[in-house]
Design a protein around this ligand. Structure first.
Ligand SMILES: NC(=O)C1=CN([C@@H]2O[C@H](COP(=O)(O)OP(=O)(O)OC[C@H]3O[C@@H](n4cnc5c(N)ncnc54)[C@H](O)[C@@H]3O)[C@@H](O)[C@H]2O)C=CC1
Ligand SMILES: O=C([O-])CC(=O)C(=O)O
Length: 328
């Protein structure tokens, strides 16, 4: 057995937290040989519910759990953290504009970035789930100057997984036979799910993209607006599927992506594919030796270019807005 990995989960008492913690504790995120020490970070009003979740974790008697702490102070919450899952965020309230949402979340992700900078472990890996995820990750990263920026990522794995299933259903193949699709840009309705480089049941993805009506009127909007469709159907936002995607993201980051495939993650841009440097944008990525790398050399069609640029433009606007607020 290896020594325990310190995993901090913010928003631990929320609905994603409830779907996430048990899977981390059972070894699905870091593997069946890796013990975890869980730190549940909440706001004071969330502490009691987090204590209830911790009681249930105790009652599972997971052999991999080396300890559970419940805290409401980010400085304590991130001290020694190896993996930090930033799930807790301020949801959009009635009458709130996007700018208000960015400001409210700045109040969460700026101090959390500072706390990660002050006390997290040298190998800390951060996944931001709370929305607006890409820009929240940018705020946290900008406030952690001593932590390499590539340790801050935003979750677009749920979008990626949603796209896999839509394609598998359309092509009539198992999900396992859909490879190399990409989510580009922002985790928002402007995101662009790209099939041009995909392999579907051993056939090129372009056999599907030739059906422009399906691509433009069905596939792309279904994936991009899936979050809203779930809220409409369930009366609450995606929770189990979001938790599942977080597990997938960290699993692949730490343990590697499968040979011959890639996945999607919001990572800091190095200027690849014309995405302005420093933005946290979704790209096709592989993980090797515990680090994400952007897949290089893909040819980008005019169709894809326009859509990537539109989503990246939105990220650029969000960065400008949080700059103006002094958050980055
Ligand atoms: N990136 C993605 O693909 C997805 C992102 N999301 C986002 O994930 C976030 C969480 O979703 P849910 O769990 O459903 O929300 P929720 O409202 O059920 O839970 C959020 C929890 O965060 C806590 N919290 C708020 N501020 C905090 C802070 N400063 N520190 C620690 N905890 C804090 C709250 O007390 C609450 O318990 C939302 O922003 C949602 O939009 C949801 C689905 C997918
Ligand atoms: O749309 C939302 O509020 C939740 C979300 O991010 C998703 O389901 O992709």
């Amino acid at each position: 057995m290896t020594s325990p990995v310190n995993v901090t989960v913010t928003g631990a008492a929320g609905q994603i937290g409830y779907a996430l913690l048990f899977r981390i504790a059972s070894g699905q995120m870091l593997g069946p040989e890796t013990p975890v020490r869980l730190r549940l970070l909440e706001i004071p009003q969330g502490v009691k519910a987090a204590e209830g979740t911790a009681m249930e974790l105790d009652d599972c008697a997971f052999p991999l759990v080396a300890g559970i702490d419940i805290v409401d102070d980010p400085t304590v919450g991130f001290d020694g953290a190896n993996v930090a899952l930033l799930v807790g965020a301020r949801p959009r309230g009635p009458g709130m504009e996007r700018g208000d949402l960015l400001e409210a979340n700045g109040g969460i992700f700026k101090p959390q970035g500072q706390a990660i900078n002050a006390g997290a472990a040298d190998d800390v890996r951060v996944l931001v789930v709370g929305n607006p995820a890409n820009t929240n990750a940018l705020i946290a990263a900008s406030n952690a100057p001593d932590v390499p920026t590539d340790r801050f990522t935003a979750m677009t794995r749920l979008d990626h997984n949603r796209a896999l299933t839509q394609v598998a259903k359309k092509a009539g193949v198992p999900v396992s036979e859909v490879r190399r699709l990409t989510i580009w840009g922002n985790h928002s309705a402007t995101q662009y799910p790209d099939l041009f480089h995909a392999e579907v049941g051993g056939r090129p993805g372009t056999e599907l993209t030739d059906d422009r009506a399906w691509l433009e009127q069905d596939f792309i909007p279904t994936v991009a607006k899936r979050g809203a469709a779930i809220i409409d159907a369930r009366g609450a936002s995606s929770a189990a599927s979001a938790a599942n995607a977080a597990i997938d993201h960290v699993h692949d980051w730490v343990l590697g992506t499968p040979e011959g495939d890639w996945t999607s993650a919001g990572v800091v841009s190095d200027g690849s594919y014309g995405v302005p440097e420093g933005l946290i944008s979704s790209f096709p990525v592989v993980s090797q030796n515990g680090a994400w790398e952007i897949v290089q050399g893909l040819e980008i069609s005019d169709f894809s270019r326009g859509r990537i640029d539109a989503s990246v433009g939105e990220l650029d606007d969000e960065r400008a807005a949080v700059r103006q607020l002094g958050l980055v």
